[in-house]
Write a protein that binds this ligand. Structure first.
Ligand code: UT7
Length: 331
């Protein structure tokens, strides 16, 4: 049976660098607090008017180039985001248009920080079923336009960045290459622990000046609660994947964790007993780019020459929903 293998990867981040010092001029925070609590030093924010679809296109073009393919080779698009350019239609169709394509399906995935891993699971299933052979999988996020950059919103505003990461997945018949398994989970009991409450189709009108004055259109998070769950669920779902494949942490060549907090990544790394050089960290430069985080980190690792044919790669994510999941693959 064919399974999904990575043929090419790419990423795009906006040129505009926002340092911790820049944020400290807008709100009561400091470089020391942000670095010590999160590991973040700077992040990228979009310039006015740049869309998620444009960032997704730039990342996709790099992925297609690295795969030696053109947009016309694609059979389907999967795009993961929690910050679509518009309420509807999904950003996937805008990306399709940006790539000059028409006709092929474009599916948006709404699984927040776990969106890329969820999307990979869908792409792999499509490819295994023989429905499509070449799938473009993108994670893209614009967080900056939705953050409260006053002291009221400082717990969220210092964490998030904008960016896009993409991968071209193709059907592989090689026994020693491609996705081995994906393990996905969710627990909606915690939906409101990290969420964007408004605008909301549950209410008529969906948003009011009063809601905006109260700041309820900004995302909100109970940080400690998310942290507590993330540090258990992430190693757990990596162990679940390893167990299902008869492997151990020692077999992992590179762990690509969702980048939410350097302290979370460190706790996951220690619990799995992995050395530092087998875990990807780029949160210091980009912050948390939600669904874009894993494909950006993957693409950087590939283009830095950190991955070799046959390596065992593990991706793991945890985020709003709660949703979490892991993917294990042979490079
Ligand atoms: O990708 C989605 C998943 N998201 C995550 O995984 C995030 C998980 N959570 C976290 O990473 C951490 O909880 C945070 C980085 C969000 C916060 O770190 P913390 O060590 O849990 O801090 P805290 O929320 O307990 O706040 C400690 C103090 C508070 O002040 P008091 O009440 O002790 O006086 C906050 O008001 O730090 C204050 N604080 C800040 N101070 C300076 C909160 N945000 C800031 C800030 N600058 N930006």
């Amino acid at each position: 049976m064919s399974r999904a293998a990575f043929a090419g990867t790419g990423f795009y981040v906006p040129d505009r660098v926002v340092t911790n010092g820049d944020l400290a001029r807008l709100m009561d925070t400091s470089d020391d607090w942000i670095v010590e609590r999160t590991g973040i030093r700077e992040r990228r924010w979009v310039p006015e008017g740049m869309s998620g679809a444009e960032m997704a296109r730039r990342a996709s073009e790099m992925a297609l180039r690295s795969a030696g393919m053109s947009a016309g080779d694609l059979d389907a698009i999967i795009l993961a985001t929690l910050s679509p350019d518009h309420f509807f239609p999904g950003t996937g169709v805008f990306l399709q248009r940006e790539l000059g394509l028409e006709g092929i399906p474009a599916l948006d995935v709404r699984a927040q920080c776990s969106g890329f891993v969820y999307g990979l699971s869908v792409a792999d299933a499509w490819i295994r079923a023989g429905q499509y052979r070449t799938v473009l999988l993108v994670g893209v996020e614009i967080q900056s336009t939705g953050l409260d950059v006053s002291t009221r919103g400082r717990d969220m505003a210092v964490l998030f960045g904008d960016g896009a990461g993409a991968a071209v997945l193709t059907a592989s018949d090689e026994a020693y290459r491609g996705v081995l398994s994906t393990h996905l989970h969710a627990d909606g009991r915690f939906a409101e622990v990290l969420w964007g409450e408004f605008s909301s189709s549950k209410h008529h009108p969906r948003i009011t000046p009063e809601i905006m004055t109260a700041g309820r259109h900004y995302p909100s998070m109970e940080g400690r609660e998310v942290f507590k769950h993330a540090v258990s669920r992430m190693p757990e779902v990596v162990e679940e994947a390893l167990h299902a494949n008869g492997l151990t942490p020692d077999d992992i060549s590179l762990l690509i964790p969702h980048q939410a907090n350097l302290r979370i990544t460190e706790m996951v790394r220690r619990r799995l007993g992995l050395p530092e050089d087998r875990v990807v960290n780029n949160i210091d430069r980009y912050g948390n780019t939600t669904a874009a985080t894993i494909p950006i980190a993957l693409s950087e690792a590939v283009h830095e020459g950190r991955l070799h044919r046959g390596d065992l790669v593990c991706m793991v994510a945890f985020g709003s929903g709660f949703t979490w999941g892991s993917a294990l693959l042979r490079w």
